[in-house]
Design a protein around this ligand. Structure first.
Ligand code: ADP
Ligand code: ADP
Ligand code: ZN
Length: 216
């Protein structure tokens, strides 16, 4: 099964994608994570992307489309994948359609996660992740069971993203509304869009997604 998680920054896409990886054996393909890995590695793509990401703008379609094309050629996506953060505009969605056609693949469901702006800002400004395994946490909504220790890998090191500050978040929301939100109509017309209430707590959102998948 192949899915797209569609929603603004902070909607909970990464959190739910990681859940689905564990429970359904699907592979999370997060262009944001792949770009951050490129920045950390200091590769040419990383050098091109860093300043743009820090401003909360979109990196060029060529870069993200070729990243996804490479990933879809690898064998680990055969059991199914979850696109998290891609596509982010109509040109990327059309490029994805062409890629899927050429590989004889299809998207089984596009899940739109709806969350209001104030909640998004609170979620993003409280977000942090384990530096070692990438498990996501939140200052208020998802704390480690033992303070300062990652539940998954036991690490004591955590990181916050440079773009997770309130000013940049407001710019990212604006970019989302202008460039990404039109995809709700794009997939609505194709008939496989499902909208869920992303304001619910993490387990409840997970249940809503499971329900969509059981029917897809
Ligand atoms: P996205 O990948 O859509 O940008 P994340 O999954 O990283 O969003 O979630 C943003 C932050 O909000 C994280 O710190 C996460 O722990 C927290 N979070 C995710 N889902 C929920 C939820 N349903 N309710 C409250 N907090 C949540
Ligand atoms: P979030 O879900 O919190 O918005 P992501 O991790 O998906 O964050 O993306 C972080 C940044 O990486 C974006 O603000 C953008 O600069 C860049 N990025 C990620 N995916 C794409 C994409 N598909 N197209 C263009 N830029 C992207
Ligand atoms: Zn960890």
């Amino acid at each position: 099964m192949n899915l797209i998680l569609l929603g603004p920054p902070g909607a909970g896409k990464g959190t739910q994608a990681k859940n689905l990886e564990e429970r359904r054996g699907l592979k999370q393909l997060s262009t944001g994570e792949m770009l951050r890995a490129a920045v950390a590695a200091g590769s040419e793509i990383g050098r091109k992307a860093k300043a743009i990401m820090d401003r909360g703008e979109l990196v060029s379609d060529d870069i993200v489309v070729s990243i996804i094309a490479d990933r879809l050629n690898q064998p680990d996506v055969a059991k199914g994948f979850i696109l998290d953060g891609f596509p982010r505009n109509t040109a990327q969605a059309e490029a994805l359609d062409r890629m899927l056609r050429s590989k004889n693949l299809k998207i089984d469901a596009v899940i739109e996660m709806k969350v209001n702006d104030e909640a998004l800002i609170e979620r993003i400004t409280g977000r942090y992740t384990c530096a070692k395994c990438g498990k996501g946490y939140h200052d208020r909504f998802e704390r480690p069971k033992q303070e300062g220790t990652c539940d998954v890998c036991g690490s004591h090191e955590f990181i916050r993203r440079p773009d997770d500050n309130e000013a940049t978040v407001r710019d990212r929301l604006e970019v989302y509304n202008r460039q990404t939100a039109p995809l709700i109509d794009y997939y609505g017309r194709k008939g496989n869009l499902r909208t869920i209430d992303g304001m619910a707590d993490i387990p409840d959102v997970r249940r809503q997604i499971e329900e969509v998948l059981d029917r897809a």
